[in-house]
Design a protein around this ligand. Structure first.
Ligand code: ACO
Length: 339
């Protein structure tokens, strides 16, 4: 699915926020549970520690905190928010957490809903939110990416448990004129035929209901991942899609200010950057502190780089989310901030 640059209105990214749990677990601490070590995890993934939701924290709470920070940066009054989209695959409630977040924010004029696309979630939600603005339906939206994969981990599987962490990030976007449009282009893709590489499937457990009728119990298994297949998928598909989107909009890799990829593995980030000869100094990475927070990685990284001054108003950013589904997407956008 490709973005159409001929929209009625433009969209501007005007605020960011993020929140991660207080509980911090290092590689060495994990090694007390599984047969791993700091050197292996650092070398193979770039991760040194991750944040895990513990007692007193919740994913919804992190989302509210991140959204508040994004709105504060944008300078918005809460009543002016029209829509809240929450990208998550691990909601506190299977029916969705966006309305709860809306109510905790006090955003009484906003419609709120969840969107599920695993590690592509934030990018897909950003594009989704932008559509409502670009066609003039809404003026202001908060897009949140957040996940709590720690709850779906087999903590005795060393090949997956070292990779993931929990966290939330948010971006405030608002309608602007078409000539100020910051979402320059995007493309999103899905391939369900490869979905088994990475999934959290429902368990096949049935109980007797009445007579000969049975019903399936609502329980899910832990994350099931073929790490090497996911790795190959990412380093093949992301560069192809990025090349496609850059080419379509006549943008060279050299003119990018930042490469903002889903933070899955430092080796994936390096491999994608190398294909385009993008120097390390332009590759945003905070994997070492948080691991893979799924839908949270892109907005958390964006917020960190905006707040520490690396990302400046007007900077051109190429972003890509990729993961379970399988799904992947690329978006080219400029950070406008609030002028
Ligand atoms: N500590 C020590 N040794 C380990 C660990 C560990 N934590 N995990 C695996 N090993 C061992 C393996 O058992 C294997 O040992 P063997 O050679 O004796 O059999 C050896 O290390 C090599 O294992 P590989 O699986 O070949 O290691 P690889 O270099 O492929 O790295 C990794 C594994 C890190 C999982 C990599 O494949 C990867 O990052 N894949 C992408 C995963 C990913 O990003 N998933 C999330 C996608 S986003 C989403 O949608 C949720």
């Amino acid at each position: 699915m490709t973005g159409n640059s001929k929209t009625l209105f433009g969209v501007s990214l005007v605020g960011s926020g993020s929140a991660t749990p207080a509980q911090r677990i290092t590689n060495d601490q994990l090694a007390a549970r599984v047969d791993t070590n700091d050197e292996w995890v650092k070398t193979r993934t770039g991760i040194k520690e991750r944040r895990i939701i513990g007692e007193g924290d919740s994913l919804s709470k992190l989302c509210v905190e991140a959204a508040k920070a994004a709105m504060e940066m944008a300078g918005w009054g809460i009543d002016t928010v029209d829509m809240i989209v929450v990208a998550t695959s691990t909601p506190d409630d299977l029916f969705g957490i966006a309305p709860k977040i809306q109510s905790q924010l006090g955003a009484r004029n906003a419609v709120a809903f969840d969107l599920t696309a695993a590690c592509s979630g934030f990018l897909f939600a950003l594009v989704t939110g932008a559509q409502y603005l670009q066609n003039g339906t809404f003026r202001r939206a908060i897009v949140i990416g957040a996940d709590q994969l720690s709850s779906w981990m087999d903590w005795d599987d060393r090949s997956s448990c070292v990779l993931f962490g929990d966290g939330a990030g948010a971006v405030a976007i608002e309608l602007t004129s078409n000539d100020q449009n910051a979402l320059i282009g995007f493309k999103m893709k899905s391939d369900g035929s490869r979905g088994e590489c990475l999934s959290v499937p429902q368990k096949k457990e049935f109980v007797n209901l009445v007579g000969s009728f049975k019903n399936q119990i609502g329980r899910f298994s832990n994350i099931q991942m073929n790490g090497q297949e996911v790795y190959k998928f990412a380093v093949r598909e992301v560069p192809l899609l990025l090349k496609d989107v850059l080419g379509k909009h006549g943008i060279t890799a050299e003119s990018l200010d930042w490469l903002l990829l889903h933070q899955a593995n430092q080796r994936i980030l390096n491999a994608v950057a190398d294909r385009f000869s993008i120097p390390e100094s332009k590759v945003l990475s905070n994997l070492k502190n948080y691991g893979n927070t799924s839908a949270g990685t892109i907005p958390i990284m964006l917020d960190e780089a905006v707040r520490d001054g690396r990302i400046q108003p007007g900077d051109l950013i190429a972003s890509s989310g990729f993961g379970a589904g399988l799904s992947w997407g690329v978006a080219l956008f400029r950070w406008h901030g609030k002028t």
